[in-house]
Design a protein around this ligand. Structure first.
Ligand code: 4AD
Ligand code: MG
Length: 477
């Protein structure tokens, strides 16, 4: 197979050399000019079929969506808009595409909503080509970042018997029959007869297992799918999403914040240097989309200016208590513009997070010291006895993008907190063992991968940055 990908081909000097390319037709003009795309880049390759090269039968078969094998010469383009083009010597149709039925034949740009319904074909559009090439780049950059720092990539299980976040938002995994499951004397379902001999779930986070390994390797990270049965139909929630969770022994909350900030900036920098073309395309797409919005809803900066700004400025760092004060003293609050109540102790709602980030600071904000009552059992209690060493990073346009904390490494404090929060201490001896055998201060965080992809690509709906979205009442394929 001597095939060359279009990206590589467009990067070589045209000198009449013979090339073989394969791809899908984007457009076909004047029975002569084919714009061919193979997904390696957003750029289409112009293939020129000299009049007479193709018989009438073949000419009819070449329509948008048709797949082709082209052999020809790479030459300097006569037309505007591209440096080189392929002068075809032979064109073979690999797969026909019925233009009457092909959903991407539409002359007008199809809406994102419509493309969501044909998620199996939307990869072939410029927008989704750009989004998923960037998604790939980010995944690669994540491994590179941690590998360069000597972190171990740890694979944590998808099926678990514990609720890492203690939020009770788990999908059950079972092989018991639904119509007549085995029951205990009191009528409850007898999970002893289930596949694993107990009740099991899809993981909500790999953190607890990550902590176990960090107690040996010092620095680890997980990067895998996580599942949450929270019934949130928003543009930022998925039932199945990917999370990156580094866990570091000998780190305190300060070290944790520093690493998270460095990490986010690294990822932005990586995409800016490796996915220029796709970013420029998406920035233009976003600008076009925003033109439809009323003036006051448009962003001040374009996508790329935003990324450069975030990459080159320190994130704001405030405590939860300071955040509440800012909200209470805002004109927004005085004009009763917040839908949800603001007072010390509340879980910050997305409207609060967005106010802090987009209206007040106009940059990413790291909030620390949340009330213990609204955060997970594993977070380290601060000396005040009412806040924990938590840290959330809030990003413009997204809200919470990272959630993390210094962990409670003191055995007695941890058990006390588990009991107070009704976490089954008996069943989690394996977790407590790390606090019994050489416990050390440690910390970690979770970056929501799709929210990061949203942030970098400027896509407003999280369903448009994962190939196949799972959301309430929606599981196609
Ligand atoms: O804040 P969360 O729930 O934290 C954890 O799961 C910790 N175990 C992480 C850790 O310390 N190792 O989730 C972390 C991040 C959020 O900040 C958000 O970006 C993302 O995961 N996230 C979601 N993304 C998409 N859809 C959902 N339903 C999400 N829930 C959380
Ligand atoms: Mg969180």
């Amino acid at each position: 197979n001597k095939r060359t990908k279009i990206k590589a081909l467009l990067a070589t000097e045209p000198a009449g050399q013979e090339v073989t390319v394969m791809g899908w037709v984007r457009t076909f003009r004047n029975n002569q000019f084919i714009a061919l795309n193979d997904g390696s880049t957003n750029q289409n390759l112009q293939v020129v079929a000299a009049l007479g090269l193709l018989d009438d039968e073949t000419l009819k078969r070449i329509t948008t969506g048709t797949s082709l094998k082209v052999v020809g010469e790479l030459v300097v383009s006569q037309g505007k808009g591209q440096k080189s083009e392929v002068k075809a010597v032979s064109i073979e149709v690999l797969g026909d595409c019925d233009s009457e039925q092909y959903p991407l034949q539409l002359k007008n740009r199809p809406s994102l909503e419509y493309l969501r319904e044909i998620a199996h074909l939307r990869f072939r559009t410029n927008t989704f080509g750009a989004v998923f090439r960037i998604r790939h780049s980010l995944a690669f950059a994540i491994h590179k970042f941690f590998n360069d720092k000597g972190f171990i990539y740890l694979h944590t299980p998808v099926i678990t018997a514990s609720d890492a976040e203690g939020a009770g938002e788990m999908f059950r995994v079972t092989t018991l029959p639904f119509d007549n499951p085995p029951r205990n004397d009191d009528g409850s379902i007898n999970f002893k007869e289930d596949f694993f001999g107990k009740s099991t779930n899809l993981t909500v986070s790999g953190q607890l297992e990550g902590e176990l390994a960090a107690m040996a390797f010092s620095d680890i990270y997980t990067f895998g799918p996580t599942f949450r049965a929270e019934n949130s139909n928003t543009t930022r929630h998925l039932a199945e999403f990917w999370m990156i969770e580094p866990e570091m022994a000998f780190y305190d909350i300060e070290d944790n914040m520093n690493l998270a900030e460095e990490f986010i900036k690294y990822l932005i920098g990586y995409v800016m240097s490796n996915n220029r073309e796709d970013l420029v395309f998406l920035a233009q797409r976003l600008a076009d989309e925003e033109k439809q919005l009323p003036q006051d809803k448009r962003s001040e900066f374009g996508l790329i200016e935003k990324l450069i700004f975030v990459q080159s400025n320190a994130f704001e760092r405030i405590t939860y208590t300071e955040a509440i004060d800012i909200l209470l003293n805002s004109s927004h609050y005085k004009k009763k513009k917040f839908q949800y109540e603001v007072k010390w102790g509340i879980d910050l709602q997305s409207e609060h997070e967005r106010y802090l980030v987009e209206k007040h600071f106009k940059k990413p904000v790291i909030v620390t010291g949340y009330p213990a009552a609204i955060k997970a059992f594993y977070m380290r209690m601060n000396d005040d006895g009412k806040t924990v060493a938590a840290m959330d990073i809030l990003a413009p346009g997204i809200g919470e993008i990272v959630g993390g904390s210094q962990r409670e490494e003191r055995y007695n404090n941890l058990v006390e907190r588990m009991e107070a929060m009704h976490v089954p201490v008996e069943e989690m001896q394996w977790y407590l063992d790390t606090r019994r055998f050489g416990s050390v201060p440690h910390a970690g965080f979770g970056l929501g991968f799709e929210r990061m992809v949203q942030f970098v690509t400027g896509m407003t709906n999280i369903r448009d940055v994962i190939p196949f979205a799972r959301t309430p009442k929606n599981c196609e394929f």
